[in-house]
Unconditional design. Structure first.
Length: 140
């Protein structure tokens, strides 16, 4: 199957599962993702596939972020869950909901979500990834 068709099939499945939701029925595949959009998607994935059940609670009491002015009950619940399990974190009480995510941040999020990794593992590396992987015997 050509790559473009694989992408379309993936989008159809994600929309069917309720993981992504379009705006007025439209999906914009060329747009970049913002932190609040990723928070919603990760919470939906974690809920649908019961991933929260596999993770330890990191912060049992939710501390509301001071910069999230988006009035969406689903987002507010997602932020509580993601903070509780330390999947998406803020900085000094701020979540920066409209900030775009880099590929590195996205991979770190999936590391926390799928493997329960902590900051010591998922912090951005300033050296090259090749050096890091070699140092930790992750390249044969």
């Amino acid at each position: 199957m050509p790559y473009h068709q694989q992408q379309q099939q993936a989008i159809i499945v994600l929309k069917h599962e309720g993981i992504i939701k379009g705006y007025q029925g439209e999906i914009f595949p060329d747009n970049t993702l913002q932190r609040y959009e990723m928070a919603l998607m990760i919470d939906r994935i974690s809920t649908i596939y019961h991933l929260y059940d596999t993770l330890p609670i990191q912060q049992p009491h939710y501390i509301p972020y001071t910069d999230v002015q988006i009035n969406d009950p689903e987002l507010q619940e997602a932020l509580k869950n993601l903070q509780k399990y330390a999947i998406m974190k803020g900085n000094n009480g701020k979540f920066f909901p409209t900030q775009q995510l880099t590929g590195e941040q996205l991979l770190a999020l999936f590391g926390r979500l799928l493997y329960g990794l902590h900051d010591a593992v998922t912090k951005p590396r300033r050296g090259t990834y090749q050096d890091f992987f070699t140092q930790h015997n992750m390249i044969p």
